[in-house]
Design a binder for this molecule. Structure first.
Ligand SMILES: *Cc1c(COP(=O)(O)O)cnc(C)c1O
Length: 363
């Protein structure tokens, strides 16, 4: 029996009629961009997160860029983030004209190293973007403390962490803003592109609404520079609203499977360090000879992923940052060993055991 990495067709099969009904309702309404479907989702997601405002946009990348713009970040400023992330965290900084300053992750948590962050601060630093990699919350306590002392803003990249928790709070609500992606394969995914910014700050929420919609305070009156079209469409708003109602059940299924992997693979390969609030977007192991193991699994029709094979500082697109191999040794060793195992809410116990058995059989 083949084991896919994720199965988005299966994921949507039980929702199909409800989605089609929503699309039909939108066709009849004639409102395709923002409007009541998107506002409804913003309210529901704000309630879910326990935050005052959610501003829905057209991607997670836009969410990050607008969050930075909302606090006035631009040319001459520096923003710190980790090299162990999807490139969008870094390109969002570049898009504002600010300089991305990268830092390493910690050996066991795989998230932004507070010491590395602190050392990277300069008089130009305006913000830090911790990334909740794989759905595991970053060390927000230490990062927030350092940021507060240095007077810089914390913007969370929660694109992989819908439903992750830190104590009694949801990931994405601890910084001044939290950014989410609804790329289809994320824990909460649209049937297309989508993103959102969560904040408790009334003024920032107002600014974000202007930034995503051509800076229009009134029709055809454009107040703010740095704006554009970053709006969410009504169909994604409606689909996200109905999918949000299932998010906790999907997260519970992810957690159960992750715990199965953790138990069964203990002592076999390097495992992610547990965290009570982990949202298990990705289950990544550390394996020596990762590529050989990947082929071994492939031969047994088991799909796997690699998040991510190249750290940001070694990506050709960021060559102008003049960083080099050896600059961030923890991330560099992780990218050679990371192997993401199949993990999706509909995955069966049998599929999970197939993966476990194959890894145990690997020599
Ligand atoms: C997916 C992702 C993004 C970008 O989101 P998009 O919706 O694809 O633009 C940003 N940061 C991280 C960590 C992500 O995983």
């Amino acid at each position: 029996m083949p084991v896919p990495f994720v199965d988005l067709k299966l994921h949507h099969s039980t929702l199909k009629q409800e989605i089609l009904d929503a699309v039909s309702r939108i066709l009849d309404s004639g409102t395709f961009i923002l409007g009541p479907e998107v506002e409804g989702f913003e309210q529901d997601f704000a309630t879910y997160l326990g935050v005052k405002h959610v501003v829905a946009v057209n991607s997670g990348t836009s969410a990050l860029e607008l969050a930075l713009r909302a606090i006035g970040i631009g040319p001459g400023d520096e923003v710190i983030t980790t090299t162990m992330t999807f490139v969008a965290t870094v390109t969002a900084i570049v898009a504002t004209g600010a300089k991305p300053v990268l830092a390493d992750v910690t050996q066991n948590e795989w998230t932004l190293d507070p010491d590395g962050f602190e050392k990277a601060i300069t008089p130009r630093t305006k913000a830090v973007i911790p990334v909740h990699l794989h759905g595991r919350p970053a060390n927000m306590q230490a990062i927030s403390r350092i940021a507060r002392q240095a007077g810089i803003a914390v913007i969370e990249d929660a694109a992989q962490a819908h439903g992750a928790t830190i104590g009694t709070q949801m990931a994405g609500t601890l910084g001044v803003m939290g950014c989410f992606s609804f790329y289809p394969a994320k824990n909460l995914g649209a049937c297309g592109e989508g993103g959102a910014i969560a904040t408790n700050d009334d003024e920032l929420a107002e600014k974000l609404r202007l930034l995503r919609d051509w800076g229009q305070s009134q029709r055809y009156r454009h107040d703010m520079p740095g704006c554009g079209n970053f709006r969410m469409d009504a169909i994604q708003g409606a689909i996200l609203t109905l999918k949000l109602r299932r998010l906790d059940a999907w997260l519970a299924a992810r957690r159960r499977l992750a715990e199965k992997y953790l138990m069964a693979l203990d002592g076999t390969v390097g495992l992610p360090l547990s965290h009570p609030g982990h949202a298990w977007h990705v289950f990544s192991i550390r394996a020596k000879n990762r590529d050989r193991l990947r082929h071994f699994l492939q031969d047994r029709h088991i799909a796997s992923g690699c998040h991510y094979p190249i750290p940001a500082h070694l990506q050709p697109m960021f060559a102008s940052l003049a960083l080099k191999a050896g600059d961030f040794p923890v991330s560099e060793s992780l990218v050679d060993e990371f192997l993401s195992l199949p993990l999706f809410p509909e995955m069966t116990d049998q599929q999970c055991e197939t993966v476990i058995d194959a890894i145990k059989a690997y020599k």
